[in-house]
Design a binder for this molecule. Structure first.
Ligand SMILES: [Zn+2]
Length: 287
């Protein structure tokens, strides 16, 4: 029997890319439900979508990602209250990320693992932005799932037979992946925990929640300790620049107003895409 990969070679890449983009829009639409309901303690499944202002159920034909928002002019069909532009933004963002990941990974298990990763990061960023909260309900299962995927992902299952897969399980390759995942989580979460501790000792107040530490456990477990370091470094950099800009615009205090997860998320995704290249480029200065 042909392997899935060989079978997929007959499908033009354009259609695969299109299918993955559409899938991204649908997942993005689901993540909007997560972003809105999870921090409010509501069920993700019931009731169906309804307008937060007038409570009218959203008809299925008004629930098409991005398209419905454009057709309705960004307003609820019944009460005409404005729908948050965050909804189509999340849908487009997830679709774009999925497509870019497909360009990076091809149709492999790595693509699946990377797609799950960004689908955990995106809701964390938007929930943190609105509620200053990184829910355990995402971080904890996220750590487990990303560890498993990290361990599986080096061996794209599409190209391997069952015997090869079984052989790999008992070989050292998997042990290396498991250790790599544990070290990544320890370094990612640990270094952020130290920063948090230091901030507390200097300022005598909490500058960062434990949610950020847990988020970096998950990020580190998947992308490894080097990219976890890069993520923390980049998010501090982006955070400082945005913080300084906000101080100038609002002439406010230097206190951090934007929760750190909002910077950790994009930095983790940038690291996933080009972290390796960034590090090689940076280290190139010294060789
Ligand atoms: Zn309404």
């Amino acid at each position: 029997m042909e392997s899935l990969n060989e079978l997929m070679e007959h499908v033009p890449p354009f259609f695969l890319g299109l299918a993955i983009t559409l899938f991204g829009l649908i997942i993005g639409s689901f993540l909007n439900v997560v972003i809105y309901r999870l921090p409010r303690g509501e069920s993700l499944a019931f009731p169906g979508s309804h307008c937060p202002a007038c409570d009218k159920p959203v008809k299925s034909y008004d629930n098409i990602p991005v398209l419905s928002y454009l057709i309705l002019g960004g307003r609820c069909r019944s009460c005409k209250v404005k729908i948050s532009p965050i909804y189509p933004t999340v849908e487009l963002l997830v679709a774009a990320l999925y497509l870019l990941l497909y360009f990076k990974d091809g149709l492999t298990l790595v693509l699946l693992a990377d797609a799950v990763f960004v689908s955990l990061i995106v809701p964390l960023v938007f929930i943190d932005l609105e509620h200053k909260l990184l829910p355990d309900k995402i971080n904890k299962p996220g750590l487990l799932v990303m560890t498993v995927l990290r361990v599986l992902a080096p061996d794209a299952w599409i190209n391997k037979s069952t015997e090869e897969m079984f052989g790999a399980i008992v070989s050292s390759e998997w042990t290396v992946a498991i250790i790599g995942s544990a070290v990544g989580a320890a370094v990612g979460g640990g270094s952020l925990w130290l920063v948090r501790r230091a901030y507390y000792l200097v300022r005598k107040e909490e500058g960062m929640g434990l949610g950020d530490v847990k988020m970096m456990l998950m990020v580190g477990a998947f992308i490894g300790w080097k990219l976890a370091f890069l993520t923390i470094f980049m998010s501090s950099l982006i955070g400082s620049v945005v913080g300084l800009l906000l101080v100038r615009v609002r002439k406010g205090s230097m206190k951090m107003e934007i929760p750190f997860g909002v910077f950790l998320g994009p930095a983790a995704i940038i690291s996933l895409f080009i972290g390796q290249k960034l590090m090689e480029w940076y280290l190139g200065f010294y060789s």
